[in-house]
Ligand binder design. Structure first.
Ligand code: GLY
Length: 404
């Protein structure tokens, strides 16, 4: 065989090898997300949900947003519920994908139902409620009305900040247990504050967000990079007094959604500030999650990584959706691990779409099944949840850079 023939042969072997590798990877065509089909189904499902809602709402004044399914019916919540912003957010995301004015009108009318929350200072959940609804509305339309609501909401949220602690108080309930509880979920509310500084030029919001993130980074994380759920502070001295859980298996366990909130929160903080410490934190959390020995092969975590009954416990698709969305964002910042994060996120989204989705026309119109809300209270175990749907759609839109 002459030298040319040998070169051709090696070239062909190389090509076959590369092709096999390509098909084995999660980016292979067989595992590629079919966004067109997914969003066609999502539009149909959301029609089903709105029809179910219209039927049920008449019986429940004040209960307006679908949160989950309970006893075969929609569980509706008031504007003050922490999950009230997700359904309007889902509608905005469908509009962002489809560009159909019909969805914009629906998104707008559901968003406006939440306006009074801009004055609600009794909880930290302002970001979830107002930024997932009004925040998306403003991104989609640039209308001043939405921006003004966001700024007022941010002003209200800052009233919960304690300088001594260097954090925003999460809950007002359970005062017998906690003095100044801060939960890892609270990282998600900081995006609203960063936005308010951008809209107004007032750095107060930004500074509070940074102090909160720094305090959380200092006190919420264990050496293995898992996060506690609740840190209780002494409101007078600012010292940590308790490290607890509320929704996890135990105080020392790793509650799956809490880990995902932290990953998302520090990724967003890096994006908003450019501070390297947040990028390092987000990468360390990502690596903890991706390489966790109890992470199932399909990358949809069990509700708590430390439940001793794994694998005979419920999963949490909502944690997976938050994680996928955050990893996609993080992949654009991380030079070293960007490819791994993107590949992992795509695999999660693919598995959610293929194995965790509701058949069209069923489950009253929710998109994903198999999430876990509050297992220790035996509440919302293995059910659809509006925030799983919200972060799933956000992740899908991020794969195409339709949202950042
Ligand atoms: N913020 C409450 C939860 O994640 O369930």
């Amino acid at each position: 065989m002459d030298a040319f023939a040998i070169k051709i042969r090696y070239g062909l072997i190389h090509l076959v090898f590369i092709t096999v590798l390509f098909f084995l990877s999660s980016d292979a065509p067989s595992q590629r997300l079919n966004l067109k089909k997914i969003f066609r189904d999502v539009e149909q499902q959301t029609d089903v949900l709105i029809n179910s809602l219209n039927k049920q709402k008449k019986e429940n004044i004040g209960l307006m947003m679908p949160r989950t399914l309970e006893n075969g019916k929609l569980k509706l919540v008031k504007s003050s519920d922490w999950t009230s912003g997700f359904f309007p957010g889902v509608l905005w995301q469908i509009y962002l994908y489809s560009n159909k004015n019909f969805w914009k009108a629906r998104a707008d009318s559901f968003t406006r139902l939440l306006e009074e929350e801009k004055f609600n200072s009794r909880t930290h959940d302002m970001g979830f409620k107002i930024f997932c609804s009004y925040g998306n509305a403003y991104k989609a339309t640039s209308e001043k009305y939405y921006k003004d609501v966001i700024v007022q909401a941010a002003n209200t949220l800052t009233t919960r900040f304690n300088k001594k602690v260097g954090a925003i108080r999460s809950w007002d309930h359970s005062r017998d247990k906690w003095d100044f509880p801060v939960i890892i979920d609270n990282m998600m509310n900081l995006e609203l504050l960063f936005a308010a500084t951008k809209y107004t030029g007032d750095s107060t919001f930004y500074n509070i967000a940074v102090q909160h993130a720094n305090t959380t980074m200092r006190n919420h994380y264990r050496p293995d990079m898992s996060s506690y759920h609740v840190i209780d502070y002494d409101s007078l001295t600012g010292k940590v007094s308790k490290r607890n859980t509320h929704q996890g298996y135990s105080h020392e366990s790793s509650w799956a959604r809490g880990q995902a909130w932290g990953l998302y929160g520090f990724t967003m903080c890096y994006e908003e500030t450019g501070l390297q410490s947040y990028l390092a934190q987000a990468e360390a959390i990502a690596n903890y999650l991706i390489h966790h020995p109890k992470m199932p092969r399909d990358l949809i975590p069990y509700w708590d990584f430390d439940d001793p009954a794994i694998p005979h416990v419920s999963k949490d698709a909502s944690a997976a959706a938050v994680m996928a969305s955050a990893l996609l964002r993080l992949s654009t910042f991380s030079t070293k691990n960007g490819y791994l994060y993107k590949k992992t996120a795509n695999k999660i989204l693919y598995n959610l779409s293929k194995y965790y989705g509701s058949p069209v026309g069923e489950n009253m119109g929710f998109i994903l099944l198999h999430s876990t809300g509050h297992a220790p209270a035996k509440s919302e175990v293995d059910v659809p949840l509006n925030y799983a749907d919200y972060y799933y759609l956000e992740g899908l839109l991020r794969t195409k850079r339709i949202v950042k």
